[in-house]
Design a protein around this ligand. Structure first.
Ligand SMILES: Cc1cc2nc3c(=O)[nH]c(=O)nc-3n(C[C@H](O)[C@H](O)[C@H](O)COP(=O)(O)OP(=O)(O)OC[C@H]3O[C@@H](n4cnc5c(N)ncnc54)[C@H](O)[C@@H]3O)c2cc1C
Ligand code: SF4
Length: 325
């Protein structure tokens, strides 16, 4: 591992100033469960690591009048065990409980989970310089791509590995971005950026910016939601495909619905065509199949990952049925 300096800012202002003014490449460390691996292997390099654990005000789950504020340094286990989350946002609890292992949930944070780097095996190989690392080729495109994107890949076919992101986006969460000039609030969906914006990054954070919190709106009357994660292995694993469904159900039909998938695209992937197909009609397996078929018209599977199309239907069916039940 290359040598780096560590900074331990005490306040968000100090953090923002450090990030904005550093002349060396900076990495923010939350729980370190992803970052330390990257630094050790040399996939990431940093002259300065900024420890977020010392910054006051970044952790904690706070009920507010219009919803729930979740600070980025809240550990995943705290989200999974929170009573308000269990009562009002059961799909978020399910997503938190589904991810990684108890040990990782104990150390990993909400912000780290939302900002974790992709798992593409070429990216994680320190010897390989693919487009994401400033090279010219995407080796997954013509190489091994079983776990890669079927939607939205454009020069890079990573999938968003986060379980929390689809669940939060389906619930309408917003992200607060901290900057030296004050906070910016964006829909969490807009926090993620596809490869065509900048293939080397997965979100819109610019130099000097950090994710500060996510805010989940208060549940609407009659809100229902579900999170379904399909994995290759029975024990801990990243999602092959996951589906987060949230909406309002009246007389067996979704009056409002949001469908967001993980594991299928470089960003959490909103299935708007499926939402249109599902809205206002009595839920049935045939309707979900129609919805999946409509959404899959936009899919471009590669040589090894065509099976994900079947999993899109399977995850969507399970999540829609569970939310509507
Ligand atoms: C074996 C294993 C299995 C896993 N399985 C799953 C899984 O099934 N599902 C899943 O969703 N995840 C999974 N993960 C990912 C795990 O959840 C992440 O490692 C963890 O959430 C990252 O959290 P952290 O706090 O340790 O982040 P760190 O490792 O500290 O940071 C991760 C990245 O986010 C950046 N970052 C952190 N906080 C901020 C912030 N506030 N603003 C801007 N950037 C920030 C860091 O700079 C770094 O690039 C797995 C990880 C491992 C090692
Ligand atoms: S999918 Fe992205 S990260 Fe993976 S090899 Fe291609 S460019 Fe690199």
């Amino acid at each position: 591992m290359r040598e780096f300096k560590i900074a331990e800012p005490r306040t968000m202002d100090e953090l923002a100033a450090l990030l904005a003014e550093s002349e060396e490449p900076v990495a923010m460390m939350a729980g370190g469960t992803d970052l330390i691996d990257e630094l050790k292997s040399g996939v990431a390099t940093a002259g300065l690591v900024v420890d977020l654990r010392t910054v006051a005000g970044l952790a904690g789950i706070t009920p507010e009048k219009d919803g729930l504020r979740v600070g980025v340094m809240t550990r995943v286990v705290e989200l999974a065990e929170d009573a308000v989350v269990a009562r009002d946002y059961p799909s978020l609890k399910e997503a938190a409980l589904s991810l990684a292992t108890p040990q990782l949930r104990n150390v990993g944070t909400v912000g780290g989970n939302l900002c974790q780097r992709p798992r593409c095996w070429y990216y994680r190989d320190p010897q390989v310089v693919c487009r994401k690392k400033g090279g010219f080729n995407c080796f997954a495109f013509q190489g091994r791509n079983k776990y890669h994107a079927i939607f939205g890949g454009s020069g890079c076919f990573i999938v968003c590995p986060s379980d929390l992101a689809p669940a939060l986006i389906s619930l309408g969460a917003k992200a607060t971005i901290g900057t030296a000039k004050g906070d910016k609030v964006v829909a969490l969906e807009q926090f993620y950026a596809p490869p065509e914006v900048d293939v080397t990054r997965e979100n819109v954070l610019a130099k000097g910016q950090f994710l500060k919190d996510v805010r989940v709106p208060a549940p609407k009357a009659g809100q229902r939601a579900a999170y379904v994660k399909l994995k290759e292995r029975g024990t801990w694993d990243f999602a092959l495909v996951s589906a987060a469904v949230a909406g309002v159900v009246n007389d067996g039909a979704f009056a409002e619905i949001a469908v967001v998938m993980g594991g299928v695209a470089p960003t959490p992937w909103r299935l708007r065509k499926a939402e249109d197909a599902l809205r206002g009609k009595p839920v049935s397996e045939a309707l979900v199949r129609q919805a999946a078929e409509a959404a899959l018209k936009d899919a471009s599977p590669m040589r090894e990952n065509g099976f994900k199309a079947d999993l899109v239907f399977a995850a969507l069916k399970e999540a829609v049925m569970a939310a509507a039940a």
